[in-house]
Design a protein around this ligand. Sequence first.
Ligand code: HEC
Ligand code: HEC
Ligand code: HEC
Ligand code: HEC
Ligand code: HEC
Length: 216
Amino acid sequence: MPRFQFPEWTENFKKALGLLLAGGPVYLIAVIAYGVTPEAIRIGYQPEQPVPYSHALHVGELGLDCRYCHNTVEESPHSAIPPAATCMNCHTGIKAESDDLLPIRESASQNIAIEWVRVNDLPDYVYFNHSAHVTRGVGCESCHGRVDQMTKVFQAKALTMEWCLDCHRDPAPRLRPVEEVTTMGYDPDGDRRELGNEIMKQYNLNPRTDCSTCHR
Ligand code: HEC
Ligand code: HEC
Ligand code: HEC
Ligand code: HEC
Ligand code: HEC
């Protein structure tokens, strides 16, 4: 009587199971360790806002440029959140009765600012400057992700010191022509690094990495 033999696939299965059991704990530890890093916690931070304003609708579908609302971003360290009056350019006529827009109408008529909740927020000991980036070919997308697809804004990048330094040490592959800084889904033909090197030369770029650049 022939001895019973497990078919060949069970051998492979056992090997796979062995690997899984041996490697599993390592994998788990990696997941747990990664899961609790501050980077992972911050990415995706998406607070409730007082008005359900959607970038996906206004930018993605209606095609508004970022600077229509964030109009200080090229001149100032800060990228201003628009006042209700900017919204009322359209919303006196469009959805003029909408309940969702009640806070906007009240804000515009009584001149009280809407209390938007900060999404991206560096510690106070860090100095950041929008204009220094967007006038030198660093796109909004590099730091804020595909805002045009966000129904509700969330933090897209870790914004840690390492993250800032990664780019300051090697900006070329992340640069784009200045006319394209607000473009979402920027995808040029050709070698991104080569293009970046040209932009570096054009603006004589040399992002600093000494401490006083960002801690002053
Ligand atoms: C019609 C006006 C409007 C346009 C156009 C617009 N935004 Fe905004 N944006 C807002 C408002 C209002 C808020 C605050 C409420 C919120 O977070 O949704 C905001 C918030 C943000 C935030 C989060 C700010 C924080 O607290 O960290 C980012 C980032 C942002 N916008 C980027 C962009 C980018 C990039 C574009 C262009 C692709 C853009 N916005 C276009 C109105 C606008
Ligand atoms: C260029 C014109 C324009 C500007 C400026 C604009 N919106 Fe809108 N908004 C629209 C249009 C168009 C719709 C879609 C209306 C529809 O669904 O029929 C809309 C829809 C909305 C809705 C959904 C309302 C509902 O009841 O469905 C909200 C909320 C809203 N916008 C908030 C804002 C806020 C806040 C601002 C200012 C930061 C703003 N919008 C600026 C054109 C604009
Ligand atoms: C190099 C990275 C970088 C680029 C490029 C960038 N941002 Fe920001 N953005 C940040 C950081 C970091 C913060 C948080 C700043 C803080 O807490 O002081 C921020 C905050 C904001 C805010 C909240 C208000 C403020 O100034 O703190 C808005 C709105 C915003 N960005 C919009 C934009 C838009 C629109 C563009 C493109 C025209 C853009 N950003 C380009 C990194 C960037
Ligand atoms: C995707 C690339 C990129 C990222 C990410 C980035 N930077 Fe920059 N940064 C640049 C470039 C390019 C310049 C311009 C350098 C020049 O003009 O020579 C710059 C310039 C600066 C300056 C100089 C402004 C001045 O007044 O001279 C400061 C400050 C700065 N960055 C802070 C930060 C901080 C803080 C972060 C992280 C929160 C950050 N950057 C993230 C590319 C980046
Ligand atoms: C390009 C900008 C940039 C430069 C240059 C920079 N830092 Fe930072 N640093 C940051 C940012 C952004 C944070 C906030 C990190 C966070 O919130 O996780 C930070 C945080 C820190 C902290 C707080 C602890 C921590 O690690 O979060 C210390 C300490 C610090 N930096 C020291 C330094 C020293 C020392 C240098 C020079 C060798 C330096 N930094 C250069 C951007 C920078």
